[in-house]
Every structure is written in C-alpha cells, then in structure tokens.
Design a protein around this ligand. Structure first.
Ligand SMILES: NC(=O)c1ccc[n+]([C@@H]2O[C@H](COP(=O)([O-])OP(=O)(O)OC[C@H]3O[C@@H](n4cnc5c(N)ncnc54)[C@H](O)[C@@H]3O)[C@@H](O)[C@H]2O)c1
Length: 243
C-alpha cells in the first residue's frame, strides 16, 4: 500500500482527498495535517511516500520544496504556481530522483477540455477563456485558466485577429496571457466552471466544463498518488500521468 500524508486536510479539497484516498485499497492515509502542523517534521516522523497538498497559493511553492527535500513525492493541487517556480521544482525533483505532480486541475473532464481547446486552437486562433469559481478562491485567474491559455498559445499556428480593446470601464476586456484573453467570474454556488469560446468565419465553438462537486477532482488525485511513486521527475498537468 502506498503511504499518503494529506496537507490542508481540514479544508474543502483536503477533506475530500482524505475520503477518496481512504476508500482506495492501494492507498493508505498515514497522516492528516493543516496550518498549525510542521510539514517537514511530520514527513520525517511518518515517512509517507506521497504528500498531497491542498493548502493556499501563498504556501504551495514552499510546501512542494519541503516535500521533495524530505524525500516524498508531491501531489500538489494547490494553485498559484508560475512557470519559473514549476521549472525550479522540476529541477529539484530530478536532483532527488523523485516523481511528483503539480495539477492545475485534477478533474479528468477539465484536462480533456484543455486538450480539446489546444486542438481547436490550431484551426481557430481567435479564442477567449472565461472561468468561474467561488468567491473564496484566493487568486485570479484560476490555474486552469492560465494552463488553458498557455496550451492554446503553444498550439496556435496563426495569430488571432487584432481587436480594438478600447475599454469604457477598466478591465472590460479581461486579462491577457500570451495573446489569450482571460475573464474571471467569482460567484457563490459555483465550484469550478470554464468555457473556452472560439470564433471563426460565421461560426463559434464553445468547449465547456463544469465541476459540480469537489468529488469530481478525486479520481485524478487517487490516480496521481499511484503514478508519482513510479516516476523520477515532477510533471505539470495531470495529462502527463493519464496516458
Ligand atoms: N487542482 C485542483 O484540481 C484544485 C481544485 C480545487 C481547488 N484547488 C486549490 O486547492 C487549494 C485549497 O482549496 P480549498 O478549496 O480546499 O481551500 P480551503 O480554504 O477550504 O482549505 C485550505 C486548507 O489549507 C489550510 N492551510 C492554509 N495554508 C496552509 C499551510 N501553509 N500549511 C498547511 N495548511 C494550510 C487551511 O487551514 C485549510 O484547512 C487552493 O489553492 C485551491 O485553488 C485545486
């Protein structure tokens, strides 16, 4: 059985992860910790093979470093990583010979939405991303929104049309990453939704994903716990462990 420690276990995602991992016969929970606990000392004491982290964007990078430096494989759902941090953590995981995952989204449907969006962007370069989450979400745009924009930018084979973007109200045209507009909605009642909205010649295409409950992320978390122990490098995006 693979020994798993959950960090952020008192939170909404962490508590779901504890349930899902406990229900899988190949995995066993060796500890559940949160804000008040010492992550490094707990890893040293309980010796988990995998640490699942669902904490806060401000803590994700340091926690991942701590997990790797203490000899465990990180499975990170915490959002807020920038490219340079991912690169630094990949280098550290290679040095240590430890597998790991940083997943902007653990839902299989959301991973497919991103893949399909990248495929469509080859043929339809004019596209904007609209994501919605609960008001408790710490940062905007979401990690999934950022990752989708990066994948679209990498897949495009032609430039999008220029738009005027003259804003009568500041922010009306949203944010922009690598030429992809991103719009963030924060409303109660929403778990996680995203629409990737393409425009072409007299046609539009919408690729939409909707997580209705946090349990939608759990098959991805369980899969990751099993796969990272077989690897020796950290990957970014659940798709790298799915195929
Ligand atoms: N990757 C995904 O699929 C996915 C899906 C949903 C949410 N998220 C992300 O997961 C994270 C947690 O989301 P949530 O909705 O469970 O939040 P939450 O606020 O319900 O839970 C966070 C928990 O982490 C604890 N915590 C905060 N900082 C900590 C630290 N430094 N060390 C240990 N514990 C700490 C809090 O006390 C709390 O119990 C967020 O970054 C969120 O954006 C990711």
């Amino acid at each position: 059985m693979i020994k798993v420690l959950v960090n952020g276990a008192n939170g909404r995602m962490g508590s779901e992860a504890v349930k899902a991992i406990s229900n899988d016969p190949a995995l066993t929970i060796v500890g559940e910790i949160d804000y008040q606990d010492d992550l490094a000392a707990t890893i040293q004491e309980l010796k988990p093979q995998v640490v699942v982290d669902f904490t806060a964007a401000s803590a994700g990078f340091d926690n991942t470093q701590t997990i790797l430096n203490n000899g465990a494989c990180p499975v990170i759902g915490t959002s807020g990583f920038v490219e340079s941090q991912v690169a630094q953590l990949q280098a550290l995981s290679s040095d240590k010979g430890l597998g790991g995952l940083i997943a902007p989204n653990f839902s299989v449907g959301a991973v497919l939405m991103m893949k399909f969006a990248a495929q469509a962007a080859k043929y339809l370069p004019d596209v904007e991303v609209i994501e919605a989450h609960s008001p408790q979400k710490e940062e905007s745009p979401s990690g999934t929104g950022l990752r989708t924009a990066e994948m679209i930018a990498a897949a495009r084979t032609s430039a999008p049309q220029a738009t005027s973007d003259k804003e009568l109200v500041e922010g009306a045209r949203g944010a922009e990453l690598e030429g992809v507009k991103l719009h963030s909605i924060r409303l109660p009642g929403v778990v996680a939704q995203q629409t990737v909205f393409f425009g072409g010649l007299s046609e539009t295409l919408k690729i939409e994903h909707n997580s209705q409950h946090r349990e939608s992320f759990m098959p991805g978390v369980v899969l990751a716990c099993k796969k990272v122990v077989e690897r020796n490098q950290l990957v970014y995006g659940l798709e790298h462990l799915m195929d």
